[in-house]
Design a protein around this ligand. Structure first.
Ligand code: URA
Length: 433
């Protein structure tokens, strides 16, 4: 085969065969296709799209390009969850213990954060000693024993996707639905779970700012998952403002612990219970989402969800006493008030900008080598729909740096105020099966 023929075929709008996609993925991973030809193909896909069959083939080939976890030694239907990323999204470490409390196994691979969205591993490392560099044997043993374990992404998971994604990042070809869908799903398939619940975010803090694009991406991923034999469904959820009140590692852990005790903010509780209910149904723990939800509410009320969190943290070397006493988690030197610059209803929040502000405080990374400060972040007092008077505190910066003037301004500028009360917006826009 010749790469130039494959590029030309796609450029002219014809679907590629499975063999052509396999040949490209294998040869590109092996370093036999130059980046300029791979870029040309990515751009042709960007403009011409892919059929479901092509996207499915690309997903499978990228999944096969590196290690594939074999989780068959885990009893039961393993359910994974993936979020397309958002500010203040701490649902992964709420869902894990919640679903595990109902005896549905969760074998989770997670990553670290880059940019304005934090990574689950960074957040959980707020528990002193928590370790995610565990062997595959240990991972499987822990899931069998406690129904929950979380491991860092293996070095050689989907190398073809890693290489192609890096190339797309610098060739303006990231925003292609079939390319995003196959990139995300290749990692999910390689991570080995039987069923997948996707949380596709839409809004100012999301990758997909437009709701219709989010729906199209969700549909593409659900179709790929189901066509490859993994039971997959998606929820489209709002990211027009940060989720919950806390952004930052230890702060988000505190909010997750509150949620598992039934004392969390309404949006965090609602989204967590919705996603957890779908996971429980796919994992065979309940016949319907309603039944699953009742069982999950019970697990919160009778304390089994918070107990599952403690067991999980302790099993991976973390100090679980911070679950009972969150004051033991890292605390920043200062708590600096951010005053409302004017009076009015909060009508909009630029979630990504608030995420950037948290990153500048030290809660996130600008480059992969940056160190994270677990203690710092942002606590929101005002969210969309709240009325504030000029000078009221709209947010607090948990800061370890002395000069936070510019960050305070950034947070103020992320808010839009108006005399008009905004309409209530849904938290969950749609469910895609
Ligand atoms: N996240 C991914 O993993 N892949 C993409 O292509 C975009 C976002």
């Amino acid at each position: 085969m010749r790469m130039v023929d494959i590029i030309e075929k796609k450029r002219d709008g014809h679907p590629l065969t499975e063999e052509e996609i396999r040949w490209f993925t294998t040869e590109y991973s092996a370093g036999n296709i130059p980046d300029y030809q791979a870029s040309a193909l990515a751009m042709a896909i960007y403009f011409q799209g892919m059929t479901d069959e092509e996207a499915g083939a690309l997903t499978l080939e990228m999944a096969k390009s590196g290690d594939q976890l074999d989780l068959s030694a885990i009893t039961g239907t393993k359910v994974d969850k993936h979020s397309t990323g958002g500010v203040g999204d701490k649902t992964t470490f709420i869902l894990g213990p919640l679903v595990a409390a109902l005896d549905v196994p969760v074998a989770k691979m997670s990553g670290r954060g880059l940019g304005h969205t934090g990574g689950t591993i960074d957040k959980l490392e707020a528990f002193t000693g928590f370790e995610t560099e565990i062997s595959q044997e240990q991972f499987i043993e822990l899931v069998n024993k406690n129904k929950l374990a979380l491991a860092g992404q293996s070095g050689n998971l989907t190398p073809a996707d890693k290489k192609l994604y890096a190339l797309r990042d610098v060739t303006a070809t990231v925003d292609s639905i079939p390319l995003i869908a196959s990139s995300v799903m290749s990692k999910k398939i390689a991570a080995g779970s039987d069923a997948i619940v996707l949380d596709v975010k839409t809004g100012s803090g999301a990758f997909m700012t437009d709701e219709d694009d989010a729906r199209a991406l969700a549909k593409a991923m659900v179709d790929i998952g189901n066509s490859i034999g993994r039971d997959t469904m998606a929820v489209i959820s709002d990211m027009n403002q940060p989720l919950g009140r806390m952004i930052g590692n230890a702060l988000e852990v505190k909010e997750a612990v509150e949620t598992l005790k039934g004392e969390g903010p309404a949006d965090v509780h609602e989204l967590s219970l919705t996603l957890a209910a779908h996971m429980v149904v796919l994992g065979g723990g309940a016949a319907s989402a309603e039944e699953a939800r009742d069982l999950l509410e019970k697990a919160i009320q009778d304390g089994s969800a918070i107990e599952a969190m403690k067991t999980f943290i302790a099993a991976q070397g973390g100090d679980p006493s911070a679950v009972d006493d969150p004051e033991l988690l890292a605390t920043a030197k200062d708590r600096v008030a951010v005053p409302a610059p004017s009076s009015g209803y909060v009508t909009e929040m630029h979630a990504a900008q608030i995420g950037q502000a948290a990153m500048l405080l030290g809660a996130g990374r600008a480059t992969l080598d940056d160190e994270i400060d677990h203690a710092v972040g942002i606590e929101l007092e005002a969210k969309i729909g709240h009325y504030v008077h000029e000078g009221d505190t709209i947010a607090w910066l948990h800061a370890n740096k002395d000069d936070t003037t510019a960050i305070r301004t950034m947070v103020q500028e992320a808010y839009t105020f108006s005399d008009q009360q905004p309409d209530a917006r849904p938290l969950i826009f749609d469910t895609i099966h």
